[in-house]
Design a protein around this ligand. Structure first.
Ligand code: GLV
Ligand code: MN
Ligand code: MN
Length: 414
């Protein structure tokens, strides 16, 4: 068992403080990537890392790093731990923020306790993990890992017509460092589960060994606007009705597939969007996920076939734009085993699991051994202001992180 102990009050206080930053006029937490609201969160985080005596660095895609280079350490590869502080619309306070603030807490604890690491330890807050304003999601970590050119990412046009690079410059977070400037020895991310498994099984720690695959697409259906009262059903080219059929198709297929495939249409809009006009255009997003790459491909192929069929049956034109596509990822088994052992040594129950949500860790896994720690989410609720985790579970997760980081940071070779 570790002799170090984190400052729970400091950590919980910061989680709550960050959770109050960037709320809109209705009190909703919507800290979308590179927005004014997110700038306020970033500024607070930078203040905390600077106050903790860490070196602050920002890269060209706006990822923020707090670097602890203990005395005498120069070239060694760092252990990086972190997550994201951007949120979805009307979010809870834990998704991402818990991982970032726990990372800071772990580093601060080790530093204050006189721990002597063999390599730097770094807290990272990656840009635009949620992908709500700019697709793809996990963008900052994807760029960091070399999976997307920084210029391409900076040129991304957002749902509100803004350009990410312009917004990062405007809020003061277009940093000078090249993404990837720190090459990680290992990466570890602590996160709330955001699903029901740990709570249902009364288990405190998830040793996350994989992340399911993600496919994001935007489907546009073109029909004809016409009079809602005079146009017989048989004469319509109703883009809205075709879109509704896509939604029910995806749901029915997932439900009947006898597999973990999930399918979600989270955004939809009609044009001209008037009560008495048949929609001439419908735009909808499709989020498909599955832990198995082959099944994910089958789900995508089934959608293509269905879109072909409705374009014939509904006399509409359908086009598809790919927004994100990430294969399932397996994490580093050695770090997963360390997480299990740290949980056991602390007297905590644990189980191995697959993440249903996307995470920065799955991108950093491309360039370094990586894994994740989960703690239970009450009622499995996330991406919702009701998102909660018991303080006791929050603290347990950070203690496991502390122990694993302590070990990784002492490693001289891999
Ligand atoms: C990120 O939160 C995701 O969509 O999984
Ligand atoms: Mn998250
Ligand atoms: Mn999220």
């Amino acid at each position: 068992m570790s002799s170090h102990s984190i400052d729970s009050a400091r950590l919980l206080g910061r989680i709550r403080m960050l959770g109050d930053i960037g709320r809109d006029v209705d009190g909703r937490l919507s800290r979308l990537a590179a927005s004014d609201a997110e700038k306020l969160g970033r500024d607070q985080f930078v203040t905390w890392i600077a106050d903790a005596g860490l070196e602050v660095a920002v890269d060209r895609i706006g990822n923020i790093f707090g670097i602890w280079r203990a005395c005498g350490i120069t070239d060694e590869k760092p252990v990086i731990l972190g997550s994201h502080i951007d949120t979805v619309i009307d979010a809870g306070i834990y998704d991402g923020c818990y991982g970032v603030l726990s990372a800071l807490e772990v580093i601060q604890t080790l530093k204050e306790d006189g721990f002597v690491p063999s390599r730097p330890i770094v807290v990272a807050a990656f840009t635009n993990e949620e992908g709500v304003r700019y697709a793809p999601d996990m963008m900052g970590s994807l760029v960091y890992a070399g999976g997307l050119a920084v210029e391409t990412a900076l040129a991304t046009v957002g749902t509100d017509g803004t350009i990410l690079g312009g917004e990062l410059g405007r809020i003061g977070y277009a940093g000078p460092h090249e993404p990837g400037f720190l090459s990680p020895h290992a990466y570890i991310e602590l996160h709330i589960e955001q699903g029901p498994v740990l709570e249902r099984e009364s288990i405190t720690i998830g040793a996350v060994e994989s992340v399911q695959g993600i496919s994001w697409q935007r489907v546009t259906v073109e029909g004809d606007a016409n009079h809602a009262g005079t146009t017989p059903i048989s004469m319509r080219r109703d883009a809205g009705h075709a879109a509704a059929r896509v939604i029910t198709f995806l749901r029915d297929r997932a439900k009947n597939s006898n597999s973990p495939t999930v399918a979600t249409v989270g955004c939809i809009s009609f044009e001209p969007n008037a009560i008495n006009v048949i929609p001439s255009r419908a735009t909808l997003t499709v989020d498909l996920r599955d832990p198995d790459e082959e099944r994910l491909r089958q789900a995508e192929a089934a959608l293509v076939k269905f879109l072909d069929a409705i374009s014939q049956e509904e006399h509409v034109e359908v086009s598809v734009e790919r927004l994100a596509r990430f294969e399932p990822v397996r994490f580093d088994q050695r770090i997963v085993a360390k997480i299990e052992k740290a949980a056991k040594d602390r007297g905590l129950t644990s189980r191995r699991m697959t993440s249903g949500a996307g995470h920065d860790a799955q991108m950093i896994a491309r360039i370094a051994p990586a894994a994740m720690i989960f703690v239970p989410s009450i009622a499995g609720i996330s991406h919702n202001p009701k998102e909660r985790t018991n303080d006791e579970h929050l603290i347990a997760g950070v203690n496991v992180l502390l122990d694993v980081v302590g070990e990784l940071a002492r490693e001289v070779t891999w």
